[in-house]
Design a protein around this ligand. Structure first.
Ligand code: HXC
Length: 301
């Protein structure tokens, strides 16, 4: 699909790059010759991912411990990359946090847990990298992972939907503001690409709940769910060095799902209190390692 050495000489930072979609995109870019930098809250997870990329692909892959909610830590990591390796050529804003909840049940801390990662943290990283590109007169490319619900909205994930819509607005706004600096911003709005992190938090299996992977597959016009290859190839296309006139776009990658089926999670309207308690328990269990030594995997469902 792409020339083998398309990303030779490129240096790409992937936030939440140790697992899920972040790792899928990092893998594809590394296959195509990019030097990749993966950051996440659990150093062991990003380090293991880098080790595998080195062993399997001979890739130049570097791990950085980072909670993107901390602007000073963001700056320190970007500084370290710049001084130890050289300027980044691209940034993938992939790190995210999410869980399903009735909005009336959300605590203020719960709202912040999601919006501080997705909305604020993504801005911190984008600004930190963009500032360096601008001060050094370098071109750059930013790819942010949003979701189809930037168009459809989505019940039961309101902090995520609001935050992702903010990233869509950031993409369009900075595409115009930073375009003259040769910095372009685009986004992918993926549909359902199953990853462990998202499935546990967004699609807990509940007896009587028909929202299974099978049903989602059959409802999709292409009769399948998304794959790591789908998002890896789209990321490579958007960030390809020769693709310098693509700017300010959010590209939906969902097999036509949103056109056919609209917003996600509408079926959760039927859930009762016990279902919601179970969903919360499942999401909390998925986050337990994250709350102990911190995980940020960014994994759209
Ligand atoms: C209700 C919850 C909750 C849940 C946490 N909270 N989980 N409330 N239901 N399931 C509340 C807590 O009670 C607390 O509020 C507050 O949120 C903070 O909780 P912490 O556990 O301290 O948060 P933290 O350790 O910062 O964890 C952040 C997280 C966690 C977002 C909650 O899930 C996480 O780290 N996720 C990272 C990975 C991830 O989510 N991947 C999936 C991304 S999916 P109180 O009031 O009690 O103090 C994605 C989807 C997009 O992005 C696209 C899909 C198609």
């Amino acid at each position: 699909m792409f020339e083998t050495h398309l990303f030779q000489g490129q240096r790409v930072l992937v936030t939440g790059g140790g697992t899920g979609l972040g790792l899928a995109m990092a893998t594809r870019l590394a296959e195509l010759g990019a030097e990749v930098h993966l950051c996440g809250r659990r150093l062991a997870v990003v380090q293991q991912a880098c080790d595998r990329l080195q062993a399997d692909l001979g890739a130049r892959a570097f791990a950085h411990e980072l909670d993107i909610r901390q602007p000073e830590a963001v700056n320190a990591v970007i500084d370290r990359i710049w001084s130890a390796h050289g300027p980044l050529t691209a940034l993938i804003n992939n790190a995210a946090g999410n869980f399903v909840s009735r909005t009336e049940d959300l605590s203020i801390n719960g709202f912040h847990a999601i919006s501080d990662i997705v909305f604020r943290g993504t801005f911190y990283v984008t600004q930190a990298v963009g500032r360096r590109w601008i001060s050094e007169g370098l071109p750059g490319a930013v790819l942010s992972i949003v979701v189809t619900w930037v168009d459809t909205g989505s019940p039961f994930v309101v902090p995520s939907a609001m935050s992702k819509a903010g990233l869509d607005a950031m993409t369009k706004s900075l595409a115009v503001e930073w375009g003259p600096r040769r910095i372009r911003l685009n986004a992918i709005a993926p549909g359902v690409i199953p990853t462990q992190g998202a499935s546990q938090r967004l699609r807990p299996r509940i007896e009587g709940n028909e929202d299974s992977a099978d049903r989602r597959r059959l409802d999709n016009p292409m009769r399948r769910l998304g794959t790591d290859e789908d998002i890896g190839n789209m990321a490579a296309f958007i960030l390809a060095p020769g693709n310098s006139w693509l700017n300010g776009q959010t590209i939906t990658l969902d097999g036509g799902d949103a056109l056919a089926n609209g917003a996600y999670f509408t079926e959760y309207q039927a859930w009762d209190d016990a279902d919601w308690a179970h969903a919360r328990q499942m999401a909390r269990a998925a986050s337990r390692p994250a709350t102990q030594d911190a995980a940020q995997e960014g994994a759209p469902a």
